[in-house]
Write a protein that binds this ligand. Sequence first.
Ligand code: PBG
Length: 324
Amino acid sequence: MPFPEQRLRRLRSTSSLRRLIAETTLEVNDLVAPLFVREGISEPHEISSLPGVVQHSRESLVREVNELRDLGIPGIVLFGIPERKDSTGSEAWNPEGIVQEAIRDCKKAVGEDIVVIADLCVDEYTDHGHCGIVNDDEIIDNDATLGLYKKIAQSQAKAGADIIAPSGMMDGQVAAIREALDEINFQQTPILAYSAKYASGLYGPFRDAVNVSLENSDRKSYQQDWRNAREALAEIRADLSEGADMIMVKPAVTYLDIIAKAREITDVPIAAYHVSGEYAMIKAASQQGWIDGDQVALEQLTAIKRAGANFILTYHAKETAKIL
Ligand code: PBG
């Protein structure tokens, strides 16, 4: 009997045939590596909840970036860990702060071969671990925080960042940062907005990586509720109207529906952040011998592209580049 599905089967029979008809491809060009650089250390420090990822010293960061360039990885996103944290996160806009120095180091090492994305937020720099100024009622002061974000954007752009990526989920942050950049003649510096960022349980290992503990509080008053999808589209539209050049969905695999819906409403490049918890789950199960970690990583990263993302921020970037 000639069942129509026999045709589908026939086209799966060899690996070259499968390659020929593959609808989605994952390439090294799709990968952005998140990197941590910590002030005041001379050797890299391991992060126990993120096996294979480290807090870099300035020197080891440069070595890593050179290796990523040799592998053909087109982008990195940088997170700084300062020695001194305070209530406003003032090290975040210090022209000689750790991330500003690291941006200069990276640009000097790899020039235009790698796009340096500066994550713009204060949570790594504040002693309370929130993404903005916390007022007396324990509420985030959105508008006061925008003033800090403007200073950070200017310092990161002056240090040489190729893209500014605000991740704090403050209202109006994209417009404020665009204005701050234009003011100092950085009209050419694009903004990658973390537009749809959920208050996810999957950021735990990241907080270990940047030495942040939120103790009894959370970020549910400014990050998104995971029950909502239409709300994400409203956030994306708002960021686009404020001048975002690219948008991001974060985390990735739990939010593939959001990536697919975002793809339908905009033509700007869409980034997806395969976050620390997504990486850690794959590593943990793989270390137990319960799954093939490399295969699952490839499967998840390809699924993120299939959903409609143009590029992926992932801790798997280096190992995946080697496999590809
Ligand atoms: C905020 C920021 C976070 C991540 C990237 N930028 C943490 C948070 O919102 O709690 C998390 C990324 C990850 O888990 O890999 N500056």
